[in-house]
Design a protein around this ligand. Structure first.
Ligand code: RIB
Ligand code: CA
Length: 323
């Protein structure tokens, strides 16, 4: 039975791969895409989501809802230095395309109520929309079967700062509130998990580039900007935490180690803003999340390679950046 899910995203680079998984994996029943302020300009993220659906030949099959255009308390923090525009300059003619008029927070609440106890939410950007939905409707938390979060680090290094991973850094108040809200939460962290099990090196990327499908070509282009940044900070490949988050929901057999943790997020310190304190059960703190500690990296790469090999017919021509 396909998993009913909503992907809440700050659509850039690997967010696009996560959306492709939701669109094309037969194990997924993607109900909606909800947009949150994160990686790149909000309206660019919206265009990136429509572009991604078009590449999959799925334009118009999944509604897009606009959510929070900035974090709850703090100014928006861009990751354009990491991702560029998030899609390597690719674009489609957006004429006639528009997101829904219902706000993403209201859509999340409604869709969870319509699929009470069945809907899974995959949050792969800052947790602003999720926190707002939980604050607006106390039934939301109980209607959501499970919340899969890409965020934080498990007693490891951050990325936007030494202490903090980007999604938790951008809106630490939202992350703290979501982790205290009572969701059944699964966390896919940056370090140790992503940096060890979800980095595609040049050999992996060459395998994908050689496939030659529209999605494989799209993948190769959209990861290029982030790959350059990753290498500039000592990561030898493109990072795929968002697509991993969807993958472990749809294919839990990928998970080789996980454990219950108590997870909380720093909001009071400038130095460690967004730091995720993940207690592994020896500090007298009741667990509030399952943290994924390891996945089968080879199986995950094969899963993404099979995804990008889908022989789709793009809904609209893809415009490449002029030289
Ligand atoms: O720190 C990695 C996360 O921040 C990913 O979700 C990436 O897309 C950015 O949102
Ligand atoms: Ca993201």
């Amino acid at each position: 039975m396909p998993v009913p899910l909503v992907i809440d995203t700050d659509t850039a680079q690997d967010d696009c791969v996560a959306i492709l998984t939701g669109l094309l994996d037969s194990a997924a029943d993607l109900k909606a895409i909800t947009m949150v302020a994160g990686n790149v300009g909000f309206d660019q993220q919206v265009r990136n989501a429509f572009l991604t659906m078009s590449v999959a030949g799925e334009l118009g099959t999944v509604p897009v809802y606009l959510g929070a255009r900035q974090p709850i308390l703090r100014p928006w923090v861009s990751a354009e230095n990491v991702h560029g525009d998030g899609v390597g300059g690719l674009a489609i003619d957006m004429s006639g395309l528009a997101p829904e008029t219902e706000h993403a927070v209201d859509a999340l609440i409604r869709i969870a109520a319509e699929n009470a106890g069945e809907l899974c939410i995959v949050a792969i950007g800052p947790l602003t929309n999720i926190a707002l939905a939980a604050a607006k409707d106390r039934e939301f938390v109980h209607n959501v079967k499970a919340l899969y979060v890409m965020g934080g680090s498990n007693n490891g290094r951050g990325n936007i700062t030494a202490a903090a991973e980007f999604n938790f850094y951008v809106d630490p108040e939202a992350a703290k509130a979501v982790l205290a809200a009572g969701f059944t939460t699964v966390i896919v962290p940056w370090d140790r998990l992503t940096l060890r099990d979800a980095v595609f090196d040049q050999a992996h990327l060459d395998e994908i580039a050689a496939i030659g499908t529209p999605i494989a070509d799209f993948f190769t282009t959209i990861v290029a900007a982030t790959l350059d940044f990753d290498r500039s900070v000592g990561i030898d490949g493109s990072t795929h935490p968002d697509s991993l988050t969807v993958a472990v929901l749809l294919h839990p057999e990928l998970i080789t180690a996980s454990a219950p943790y108590h997870v909380d997020v720093e909001t009071g310190s400038d130095l460690t803003r967004g730091y995720s304190a993940m207690s592994w059960g020896v500090h007298g703190l009741a667990p509030n999340a399952k943290v994924i500690e390891a996945v089968d990296a080879d199986a995950f790469f094969r899963h993404i390679k099979a995804l990008v090999a889908h022989p789709t017919v793009p809904s609209r021509p893809i415009r490449r950046p002029t030289a």
